[in-house]
Design a protein around this ligand. Sequence first.
Ligand code: RB5
Length: 147
Amino acid sequence: MIVLAADHGGYLLKEEVKKHLDETGVEYIDCGTFSTDSVDYPDIAKTACEKIASGQCSLGLLFCGTGVGISIAANKIKGIRACCCSDTFSAKYTRMHNDANVLAMGGRVVGPGLACEMVDLFLNTAFEGGRHQRRVDKITRLENENR
Ligand code: RB5
């Protein structure tokens, strides 16, 4: 199960990605927002990322205008490794090397075609472990030291 969420700047892209997930049979929880009315992306990031932190969802897709604000907010939540991407290489390698559990995208930056390609790569690429595990463990240590 994956979780999706967007602010008003990412709402339309979230809806496009949902259509793609429906077509490809991927199950998801949609934490909103459900219109283009203005909302604050940190609130949206919190609601969605709590589903990952609790174990209810394994991966998340977040959207705002740039993808940047919502990824910064997501990365403040313990256990979240969010990557803001606008290219397929990064979307794939952030799974392989960083064990990213959230892909953030900008509704005002990327089109639906590119977004769906990034989503497919992100959802279907495994973490490589090995030397990358050591580095991810160091990220976790930083997170624990700075609380
Ligand atoms: C909202 O206007 C916009 O600031 C937000 O969607 C996002 O781009 C922030 O990083």
